[in-house]
Design a protein around this ligand. Structure first.
Ligand SMILES: [Ca+2]
Ligand SMILES: [Ca+2]
Length: 1010
C-alpha cells in the first residue's frame, strides 16, 4: 500500500486537492484544454527529457534569431512545439545554472555561484566544492514518485579536477548516470586532435578526471560523445519502458562549449564561429537520433515532454546572442536569456503547436517546478521554493507569467570582463530590469518591452522603480548568500538530548592579568564568581589580534585557512594585495561554515551581541553568517558613546540592518548587554538551546568610560606601572595563577621614560589613562553580572556553559586622534593606554598584542558550567595548551553532533570538554602562529618564536621552565630550532601563509613609513 499522496492540480475552474489512496497511481484528469488526456490512459505519468545545451547563445537556433546555424532536428521540435522567447537561465555560467535545474532553487542558496573548478579556485571564490546532496532535487522527488531517473551528459556540480571526494551523481536521486570530466561515476572522456582526424590525444581535464577513479572511464572522439550519451539515454528509455516505468532523464551535451571539434566537413573556414556552427550542427544530428526515437514510438510520442534550453549565454566569438547585450558570465540579457523549446505532441494544447510564446517570463527554476506539477508529484513541504508553477504555459494552455521578480548574482570571478566592470546583481520584474552593485550603487534600469537590448539606462527618470527593485535585489542577495539548510537528521537526533546552552563572552584586548581572579587590582567580582564556580586555564591561546582570533573562534581553523591571514581593514589592503592568495581576504571566507551556522542547523538558537570585525559588507555581517539575532559593531573599534559630539556615527547593525545609536544616553558596553539579554528572552520563548556570542569591545581603545566608574580608581595608579606590575605578580603567586619558579619578563615601556623620570603632569596623565582602562573593565564586569543574573533568573544557569575569554593581549597601540583638548575618557577624546600599561595588563608575560610572545597570544580564560563540571573541580586551574579554535569542535561535541567536520575539511582545533570539566591536558599538541610576520610554533615544552623584524631570527624558549621567554636557547639547541622551523614551514605552506619577507618585498612606498 502506498502512503497517502496529496495531489494538487487544477480543474477547469478550481484548484482541487484530492487525497488519493491507491496501490497504483490513479489519475483522473488535468488540463481539459490540453490534448494530453490522461483519463484515457490511467496510471501513466508523463515522461520528461531535459536537453540542456552548454553555452548556446540566445540566437543560436534559427527560430530565435540567427539564420545561419543548421539545426534541423531542433527546428522540427520548434515547428511542432512551443518556442519561449522570455526564458532565462538562473545564472550566466555553467555550475550555478545547472544547480538551479537540479534543485529548483536559486543556486546561491547552496554556495554555487560560479563554475566549479579546482579546490583552490573554489576557495578563492568562496564556493562549495560540490552541490550539497541534501539539496532538494527534482530527480529525487520524481524517483520517489516512481520515475526511472537518469543523467546523461555534463554535470559540473562537483567531482572534477582535483576534487575526487564529491558525491556521485546517483547520490542526487538519479538511478543511472553517464557523465564527462566534470562529474563522478561512469564517464566518457574526450579525445581531441588537431582537427584533421589524426593523432588523437586525451584532453587534460579528462586525464585529471580519470585519475579520480570512482566510476568506469572510457575515451571517445569528442565529435561522437553526444551520440554516446544519446545511445545510453535510449537504452535507458527502453529499459524503463519495458518495466512500465515513467522516466525523467537529462541529456546535457557539452560539445558546443569550447574546445570546438566539429567533423571535418563541418569546419567551414576554421574560424571560431564556423567551428562553433559545425559543432552545433553535429550536436543537432546526434540529438536527432533521440528525438526521432521518441517520435517514432506512438506510445512515447504521446506521453513524453522534451525540453530544450541552454545553460547560459554564448561565449563571445562562438555562439550568438543576436542583438542582445552581453554574453556568458554577465547579467545582461545575452548572458542569461536562453532559447526554450517545449515539445510534446500528445501533451501540449493542440492550438499551441508551432507557436511562439512571447509573454511568459520564466526561468529554469520555474520549469523545474512546473515539471513536478505536470508529473502531478507532491513537493516536500519543508523546502523553500524559488520556482513558480507555470505548467499551463509550458503546455500551451495559457500564457501565465512569473508572479514574483527573478534575481541573479554575477559569478564572483566575473567582476570585470575585458576591463569593463560588470554589475553584481540583477532583477527582472515585469518589463523592468535593474542591474546594481552589491551595495546598491551604479543602477542601470531598462524597459525590456521597449528596449530588449538594454541600450537606454532609465535609472534617473524612474528613481522610485530603482529604489523598489534595488531593495528587493539586496534583500534577495542577503537572503540567498551561502546559507546552510538545517540538517533534519542531525536536528532530530539531538532533540531529546539535554544539551547545554553556550555563552561565549569575548573581551577585546584584555590582558592575562586584567581580571581579579588572575591577579588584577581591577575589581571584577562577577568574572571572579565565574572562576570560583568553574575552571581557569593557564595556557589558553589566541591569534594575537582581533580579526584572526575571531576567525579562529568562529570556524575552528587557523585564520589563514578561512581568508583572515591579515587584518581585514583598509590599512592592510597592501598586505592582502602583496600576498595575493585566498588566505589573505578582506572578510571571513564563506566557504567554511561558522560555528553559528553549524549550531543553527543542529537546532540551537544563535545570538550575537558585540564586535564582529570579520567582514564589512552587509553580506558578510553576522546576520548572514548564521546568527538568528545580532547586534553588531561591524569594524574593529568604536566610540563607546555612539559618536563624537559633532562627528560620524559608529557602524552598528541590528539583525542585519544598519543601526544608528542615539546621540545621548548610549554606552556601548551597556547596550551590547541590553541587547544580548533581550535576545536571550526571545530564545527562552522558543524552547531551543541557545548559543550567545557576547563580544564586548571593551577594553579595546579608545579609553572611554562613564565618570562614575573612572572615579572608583582615582589615585590607584599613582605609584606607576612597575609598582602595579609587582603587586599583580605577587597576587598571581598567591592565587596560584603562576608558580614560584617563574620570573617576570622585563618591563617593556617602548620609548616612554621610566616612571620616576616623568614630570608630575606626565605621571598624572599616564595614571589617568590606566584609571579609565580599569573603569572600562569594571563596567564590562558589571554588565557580565547583569547577564549572569538573567541566566539565573530564567532558571537556565545550571545547564549553561559560560566562557570568558580575550581575543589577544593588552595593546601597545597608542592612538591620539580625538578632539584636541577633549578631556581624557570623554566622548570627544580618543586615546589608548600605551605600551607600558599594556605590559602591566600582560603581567608576567613578554610583549603585547600583535606579537607571538606569550603577552600577545595568551589571555585569561574561564569556563563555568555548574551542571557539567564536577564539584571538586570548581575554582581550579587547568594546565595544557588550549586555543580559541578549540571552541567550535568543543561546542559541536556539547551539542551532541558526531560529525566534527561540517564542510568536509577537518577542524584544526580539538574538543576541550575534558578541560572545561577540570582535567588538565598534555602539552603534546603542536600550535602555530603567524600574523604580519610575527610567528611561533609551540609543541610540548619548546616554543620557537620570531618577531616580524627578520633580523631578529628564531628564538627558542623552554616554556616549562621559562614561559616569560627570558632565556633564548636557540644557540644551545640548534637541532630543536631546525626541527621546529621545518615543522613551522610545513604548517605555513599547508595553511596558505605567505612568507613575510615576500610580502615586504612588495610593500608599496606609501606604507613604507609604518
Ligand atoms: Ca555553460
Ligand atoms: Ca583585540
Amino acid at each position: 500500500m502506498r502512503p497517502t499522496r496529496s495531489l494538487l492540480f487544477r480543474g477547469r475552474e478550481n484548484l482541487v486537492k484530492l487525497q488519493v489512496w491507491a496501490t497504483t497511481v490513479v489519475f483522473t484528469h488535468l488540463f481539459a484544454a490540453a490534448a494530453w488526456d490522461v483519463s484515457a490512459a490511467p496510471a501513466r505519468l508523463p515522461n520528461i527529457i531535459v536537453v540542456l545545451v552548454d553555452d548556446a547563445g540566445y540566437a543560436d537556433f534559427p527560430y530565435f534569431g540567427d539564420e545561419r546555424p543548421r539545426t534541423p532536428h531542433i527546428d522540427r521540435l520548434c515547428d511542432e512545439g512551443i518556442r519561449f522567447t522570455q526564458f532565462y537561465a538562473n545564472a550566466p555560467i555553467c555550475s550555478p545554472s545547472r544547480a538551479a535545474w537540479i534543485t529548483g532553487q536559486y543556486p546561491a542558496r547552496w554556495g554555487i555561484t560560479s563554475f566549479i573548478a579546482s579546490r583552490q579556485e573554489n576557495a578563492q571564490r568562496e564556493m562549495r566544492n560540490w552541490l550539497d546532496p541534501a539539496a532538494r532535487s527534482l530527480a529525487r522527488i520524481l524517483q520517489s514518485a516512481g520515475y526511472a531517473t537518469g543523467h546523461f551528459g555534463k554535470w559540473h556540480l562537483g567531482g572534477g579536477r582535483d576534487v575526487g571526494e564529491a558525491p556521485l551523481i546517483t547520490d542526487y536521486g538519479f538511478d543511472e548516470s553517464l557523465t564527462q570530466f566534470e562529474g563522478l561515476g561512469d564517464r566518457v572522456l574526450p579525445l581531441v586532435d588537431s582537427r584533421d582526424g589524426a593523432s588523437q590525444e586525451q584532453l587534460p581535464l579528462g586525464i585529471a578526471s580519470e585519475q579520480l577513479g570512482r566510476g568506469e572511464t572510457t575515451w571517445a572522439d569528442r565529435r561522437a560523445i553526444t551520440g554516446v550519451l544519446v545511445n545510453r539515454a535510449i537504452e535507458f528509455i527502453q529499459s524503463a519502458s519495458a518495466e512500465g516505468q515513467p522516466f525523467y532523464i537529462n541529456v546535457w551535451p557539452d560539445d558546443v562549449h569550447t574546445p570546438l571539434f566539429p567533423p571535418k566537413e563541418l569546419q567551414g573556414d576554421g574560424s571560431k564561429r564556423e567551428l562553433y556552427l559545425g559543432v552545433l550542427e553535429n550536436m543537432d544530428r546526434q540529438l536527432g537520433m533521440l528525438f526521432d526515437f521518441i517520435r517514432q514510438s506512438e506510445k512515447l510520442r504521446d506521453n513524453t515532454l522534451i525540453i530544450v534550453a541552454s545553460d547560459n549565454g554564448c561565449e563571445p566569438g562562438a555562439g550568438s546572442a543576436g542583438k542582445l547585450r552581453g554574453a556568458k558570465g554577465n547579467l545582461y540579457e545575452g548572458g542569461v536569456r536562453s532559447p526554450l523549446v517545449v515539445w510534446g505532441p500528445g501533451m501540449l494544447a493542440k492550438a499551441a503547436a508551432g507557436t511562439t510564446n512571447e509573454q511568459t517570463v520564466l526561468s529554469s527554476i520555474d520549469v523545474a517546478e512546473s515539471l513536478l506539477s505536470i508529473a502531478a508529484t507532491e513537493t516536500p513541504s519543508s523546502v523553500e521554493l524559488d520556482g513558480e508553477d507555470l505548467s499551463r504555459s509550458l503546455l500551451g494552455v495559457e500564457q501565465q507569467t512569473r508572479a514574483t521578480p527573478l534575481f541573479w548574482s554575477r559569478p564572483p570571478d566575473r567582476a570585470q570582463i575585458d576591463g569593463q566592470a560588470m554589475p553584481d546583481l540583477a532583477v527582472r520584474d515585469g518589463a523592468w530590469k535593474l542591474l546594481v552593485e552589491f551595495d546598491g550603487g551604479a543602477p542601470q534600469l531598462y524597459d525590456l518591452a521597449a528596449d530588449p537590448n538594454e541600450t537606454a539606462n532609465l535609472a534617473e527618470q524612474h528613481p522610485q522603480i530603482v529604489c523598489d527593485l534595488r531593495t528587493k535585489a539586496l534583500a534577495w542577495h542577503a537572503e540567498t548568500s551561502a546559507r546552510l539548510e538545517p540538517d533534519q537528521s542531525r536536528k532530530a537526533k539531538m532533540q531529546s538530548a539535554n544539551r547545554p546552552n553556550i555563552v561565549v563572552i569575548l573581551a577585546d584586548d584584555l590582558g592575562f592579568s586584567d581580571v581579579g581572579c588572575y591577579g588584577s587590582e581591577i575589581a571584577t567580582p562577577n568574572i571572579d564568581r565565574l572562576a570560583a564556580r568553574g575552571v581557569r586555564f593557564r595556557e589558553f591561546y589566541n591569534n594575537a589580534r582581533c580579526c584572526p582570533s575571531r576567525a579562529a573562534l568562529m570556524t575552528g581553523r587557523y585564520p589563514h585557512q578561512v581568508g583572515v591571514g591579515a587584518m581585514i581593514d583598509g590599512y592592510a589592503t597592501w598586505i592582502r594585495e602583496a600576498a595575493d592568495r585566498p588566505s589573505y581576504g578582506d572578510h571571513l571566507s564563506r566557504q567554511t561554515p561558522t560555528i553559528a551556522e553549524v549550531l543553527r542547523t543542529a537546532g540551537y538558537r544563535t545570538l550575537m551581541s558585540g564586535k564582529w570585525h570579520l567582514g564589512a559588507r552587509q553580506a558578510e555581517w553576522p546576520a548572514q553568517r548564521g546568527f538568528d539575532r545580532s547586534f553588531a559593531l561591524i569594524p574593529g573599534a568604536m566610540n563607546y558613546f555612539g559618536g563624537e559630539t559633532n562627528g560620524p556615527r559608529v557602524n552598528l547593525a541590528l539583525n542585519g540592518e544598519s543601526f544608528a545609536p542615539p546621540q545621548d544616553g548610549f554606552f556601548a558596553t551597556d547596550e551590547f548587554t541590553d541587547q544580548g539579554i533581550e535576545f536571550l528572552g526571545e530564545a527562552r520563548q522558543v524552547a531551543q538551546p541557545f548559543f550567545l556570542y557576547m563580544a564586548y569591545n571593551a577594553p579595546h581603545w579608545p579609553l572611554h568610560a562613564p565618570p562614575e566608574d573612572i572615579a572608583k580608581y582615582t589615585g590607584v595608579y599613582d605609584g606607576g606601572w612597575q609598582a602595579i606590575r609587582k603587586a599583580r605578580f605577587k597576587r598571581m603567586l598567591e592565587l596560584g595563577v603562576v608558580d614560584e619558579s617563574i620570573r617576570m619578563a622585563p618591563m617593556d615601556r617602548g620609548d616612554v621614560n621610566p616612571w620616576n623620570e616623568l614630570a608630575d603632569p606626565e605621571r598624572a596623565e599616564w595614571a589617568r589613562r590606566m584609571e579609565i582602562y580599569a573603569a572600562q573593565v569594571t563596567r564590562m564586569d558589571d554588565n557580565i553580572g547583569r547577564l549572569l543574573e538573567e541566566l539565573e533568573r530564567s532558571g537556565v544557569a545550571d545547564n549553561t556553559l559560560v566562557m570568558l575569554l580575550s581575543d589577544n593581549g593588552g595593546a601597545a597601540e597608542d592612538p591620539h586622534r580625538g578632539q584636541p583638548g577633549a578631556e581624557l575618557g570623554s566622548r570627544d577624546s580618543f586615546w589608548g593606554y600605551g605600551r607600558p600599561w599594556a605590559t602591566v595588563s600582560n603581567t608576567p608575560w613578554r610583549r603585547h598584542k600583535v606579537t607571538a610572545y606569550e603577552g600577545g597570544i595568551s589571555g585569561p580564560a574561564i569556563a563555568c558550567w555548574p551542571g557539567g563540571v564536577p564539584t571538586e573541580a570548581r575554582g581550579k586551574f587547568v594546565d595544557g595548551p588550549a586555543h580559541l579554535m578549540d571552541l567550535a569542535p568543543t561546542f559541536l561535541e556539547l551539542a551532541g553532533l558526531d560529525d566534527s567536520s561540517p564542510d568536509g575539511a577537518p577542524f584544526e582545533g580539538r574538543p576541550i570538554v575534558d578541560m572545561i570539566q577540570g582535567k588538565s591536558a598534555p602539552a603534546d599538541r603542536t600550535l602555530c602562529w603567524e600574523h604580519e610576520g610575527n610567528r611561533a610554533i609551540r609543541k610540548g615544552r619548546w616554543k620557537l618564536v620570531m618577531l616580524a623584524n627578520l633580523k631578529s631570527g628564531w628564538e627558542l624558549y623552554d616554556i616549562d621552565a621559562d614561559r616569560t621567554e627570558s632565556t633564548n636557547l636557540a644557540a644551545t639547541h640548534p637541532e630543536v630550532v631546525r626541527e621546529f622551523a621545518a615543522e613551522y614551514q610545513a604548517w605555513a605552506e599547508r595553511c596558505g601563509v605567505v612568507a613575510w619577507d615576500e610580502i615586504e618585498k612588495r610593500r608599496p612606498e606609501a606604507s613604507a613609513a609604518k
